[in-house]
Design a protein around this ligand. Sequence first.
Ligand code: NDP
Length: 309
Amino acid sequence: MHHRLIILGSGPAGYTAAIYAGRANLAPVLLEGMQPGGQLTITTEIENFPGFAEGIDANELMDQMRQQCERFGTTILSNLCVKADLSQSPYRLWLDDDSELTCDSLIIATGATAKYLGLEDEKKYMGQGVSACATCDGFFYRKKVVAVVGGGDTACEEANYLAGLASKVYLIVRKDHLRASQIMQERVLNNPKIEVLFLTNTLGLYGENGVEGAHLIYNKGGEDERTYDLPIDGFFLAIGHKPNSELFLPWVKINENGYIMTEGDSPRTGIPGVYAAGDVADPHYRQAVIAAASGAKAAMEAEKYLQGL
Ligand code: NDP
């Protein structure tokens, strides 16, 4: 089946692209992908999306965006794209039900996935003390005690951000040093509210009503190995994100961390009619409002491209 425009992804970037493309009469088809509604659906309340003075439940926000897409004629498929061929137009996509779609223009808004440690307790306490986004959820931990896991720039940035809100921040680092840039390291080490726990790994979390603490192990395998419990209210993962760009690797340019590189601050990938929007192309900001804006840009570019065909 052929469509003029296909949008991959149902986060703020994908939905906003669909709203703009729908209003431009492009009758877009949007594939929801693995996590309908995107990464926001694993957080609780969104307080920093403009227009909602009292905040809004993340799932409610994504549901509103979905309805807005449908209102302007977007067809939403609950499929996953499992293979793509962007070598020539029309571009070909294969779905998880073995069907094949072609399109003249494609917006890749497949997002990024936060990495987790892989502990059962992370799933158990998801949204109840476990978060992978300090900017999204930090506000709920004002004057509370939190831990951030990771030793890179993101972890240091998040620890600093949380230190502005929380009463105490532990930074749990598996090595005996931070990987972050010098300036970020200095900010963390000079912040009296942050305590760095080097050579420390997390074994699990505990708590009756949400996270109340973490089971930690210090210097595993060393002579002074010891396990202990650290009382905390929030547990933030900052061990990196994985952009969902694998399907397009033979055709698009990616940076050293797998993020799709676009031309300047445009969503153009360099392939005619193919655009990348949202977190899959944003190693820095990773915010819903920014993803939404880039989705709008991608749809406007697609409209111009399709008009020219
Ligand atoms: P990084 O890959 O740089 O760092 C990940 C950190 O998490 C490392 O300290 C790593 O430990 C740790 N880690 C990974 N897996 C585990 C695990 N299973 N258990 C415990 N710890 C783990 O990711 P970032 O998201 O921090 O940064 C990604 C890129 O974005 C980098 O290039 C960074 O410089 C950049 N960035 C820049 C910013 C800025 O300039 N302001 C802000 C944020 C990011 P280990 O060191 O032992 O491998």
